[in-house]
Design a protein around this ligand. Structure first.
Ligand code: NAD
Ligand code: ZN
Length: 342
């Protein structure tokens, strides 16, 4: 299963399927890159990095697993290791792992020697349906997540669905929230499949990435239609920040999508039927409909402060009908006024 992200000279293929890592050498050969270095966290190194390094002879550079590694310290360590390995401008980096690896290794690839070739080889469901495609890379600062970064498109994406078998249940659910989001904004048939069938991963991932690839091709820098992908993220981000690591990104997006439908319902766009449908789907995939111990007043306050700072109108993603998202422009006051939407 192959998709293409259409970005002119920077277009790239997305390969999706079981066992792709076994064929990595052949798949990457046409890119004409000198030497590859594999970058992954220590958990993924043990599972997939070391076997890949053994098969290919490519060197492996690892870092500690977890969000904490999206730091300047880990970036510094990684870049220096790559330089010590003798990486040149005609070589490349394989970012093998979840979203943390994609962001960290992607940022290193974008900046080291003013840019070396990058292949995203995502191993979590979240990374396979979302972060590996689209070119966003970056690091966190103590002041907040993803404050440092740039757009840097990979030369290829290799989503090997075999990797999903070792993913902890909660990580899988985290990615499912994004899958459900794609169904909501762009693919009603995907919603129906998720309601009726056991997941067929290559197929699900292909449908999600077809949506993302199209939006990225239209709006690489996230200034227009790509913002549809933020459905559930407006409230979700505030919940995630306030949760302080208690909730996964996906859990916050799940609760954030429900919250947005409640908000729409209170603002002249009745989503009662969709709320029931989404609620049932989230339950089926071990995701919360509400984060009970996060006081609504708290994340509302947080969001208001955040949005006031950026000032003026803001764009939010809402649903017009199942499988069709649209962008609305609202003021922070409209979004957060005390209404019946609880
Ligand atoms: P992650 O990379 O930390 O992976 C989660 C955990 O799963 C890690 O402990 C990892 O070692 C482990 N793991 C990875 N693959 C595994 C496998 N196949 N089997 C068993 N364990 C495995 O986190 P994530 O949830 O993949 O990604 C979250 C990050 O992605 C956040 O930092 C977020 O900001 C970023 N993100 C980036 C984008 C983007 O467009 N760049 C989009 C969404 C999220
Ligand atoms: Zn997300």
């Amino acid at each position: 299963e192959t998709l293409q992200v259409a970005l002119g000279r920077r277009s790239y293929p997305i390969h999706i399927g079981g066992g792709l890592l076994e064929q990595a050498e052949e798949l990457l050969r046409p890119l004409g890159v000198g030497r590859w270095v594999i970058v992954c966290d220590d958990t993924v190194a043990a599972l997939y990095g070391a076997p890949l390094a053994r098969r290919t002879g490519w060197p492996l550079v690892t870092f500690p697993a977890g969000e904490g590694s999206k730091s300047l310290e880990e970036y510094d360590r990684l870049c220096r290791r790559l330089v010590q390995l003798g990486l040149t401008r005609s070589d490349g980096i394989v970012a093998l792992g979840g979203g943390v690896t994609g962001d960290l290794a992607g940022f290193a690839a974008a900046t080291l020697l003013r840019g070396v070739a990058l292949v995203q080889a995502p191993t979590t469901l979240l990374a396979q349906v979302d972060s590996a495609v689209g070119g966003k890379t970056g690091l966190d600062l103590p002041e907040g997540k993803n404050l440092l970064g740039c757009f840097y498109q990979p030369r290829m994406v290799l989503a090997d669905t075999v990797c999903l078998a070792t993913l902890p249940r909660r990580q899988l659910a985290c990615g499912m929230a994004e899958v459900i989001k794609y169904g909501c904004i762009a693919d009603e048939e995907l919603l129906t499949r998720l309601e009726q069938q056991e997941p067929d991963w290559p197929r699900i991932i292909r449908r999600c990435l077809a949506c993302k690839a199209a939006l990225v091709a239209q709006d690489e820098r996230d200034e227009g239609p790509r913002r549809l992908l933020n459905f559930g993220h407006t409230f979700g981000h505030a919940m995630e920040a306030l949760g302080g690591g208690r909730y996964t990104h996906g859990e916050c997006v799940a609760a954030g999508m429900m919250e947005m439908l409640r908000w729409q319902t209170a603002h002249g766009s009745d989503q009662t039927a969709m709320l029931a449908r989404l609620g049932a789907l989230l339950e089926r995939y071990d995701l919360p409909r509400k984060l009970d111990d996060l006081p609504e007043a708290a994340w509302r306050q947080y969001l208001l402060r955040d949005k006031k700072r950026s000032g003026g109108e803001m764009t939010i993603a809402v649903l017009e009908r199942p499988g069709h998202g649209v962008l609305w422009s609202v003021t922070p006051e409209e979004l957060l006024e005390e209404t019946r939407w609880m």
